[in-house]
Design a protein around this ligand. Structure first.
Ligand code: G3P
Length: 225
């Protein structure tokens, strides 16, 4: 499962890239608004930092298919062919996906709450389909089950489309999708920083260091022996 950062703050992205094995960055219009900066300014900075080969996902904002296609052309022109264009999984979006797939664009079908949306997006040529785990849970349904069902639909129908699960509240949701082996999950910095945060882990490492320093002297490590 690829692990992707769902954020547009370049300082957070830099920090996560330094400490965690991640595979790219996803954004949406709300995430861009939270950055407080102009969209292409911040997106170009992210692209420059993560490199041309890394995954960057950027959403169209037009409501009609023709406008979505125009948004997609601009996104690809500004940020490179390796940029995944996120398109809402609604009828206008399916129309745009079919047109853009025909042009060879990389596509992420987004705003997915139901397996049927994902099935139609896959048929329309999407490379990824993004179910919103936590938002589905908040509606009283099971977001993890929806993501698993979508994964099964893709495999059972021979689609190459992968799940790109989004909208996570905690590590447990992410772990359940790791176990199932979905294609990718995109996670906010807050959730990423809490993935490995546990008193037992910190305490075990503190004990190892204290025991070793008791043997060889305070502040000394293996290189000093
Ligand atoms: O792009 C979709 C995803 O980022 C939504 O996450 O936390 O706003 O539900 P959230």
């Amino acid at each position: 499962m690829k692990l992707i950062i769902d954020d547009a703050h370049i300082d957070q992205i830099r920090k996560i890239y330094e400490y965690y094995p991640v595979d790219g960055v996803t954004t949406n219009p709300t995430i861009l608004a939270k950055s407080g900066r102009q969209p292409y300014e911040v997106l170009r900075e992210i692209r420059e930092f993560i490199g041309d080969e890394a995954e960057l996902h950027v959403q169209v904002t037009a409501r009609a298919a023709e406008g979505m296609v125009e948004d997609a052309h601009k996104i690809i022109k500004e940020l490179g062919k390796n940029t995944f264009v996120k398109i809402p999984s609604v009828p206008e979006g399916f129309k745009a996906m079919m047109a853009l797939h025909g042009e060879g664009a990389k596509l992420t079908a987004t705003a997915i709450y139901t397996p049927m949306q994902a099935f139609l997006a896959a048929k329309a040529g999407a490379d990824y389909a993004a179910p919103y785990i936590n938002r589905i849970d908040n509606m009283g349904y099971n977001g993890i089950k929806v993501a698993r069902d979508i994964h099964d639909i893709f495999r059972n129908n021979g689609f190459k489309t992968e799940v790109l699960a989004a909208s996570f509240k905690n590590s447990q949701q992410l772990l359940e999708l790791c176990e199932y082996g979905v294609g990718a999950s995109t996670v906010s910095p807050e959730v990423i920083f809490n993935l490995v945060k546990n008193e037992a882990i910190t305490s075990a490492i503190d004990d190892f260091i204290a025991d070793f320093e008791g043997l060889v002297g305070e502040g000394k490590t293996m290189k000093d022996c």
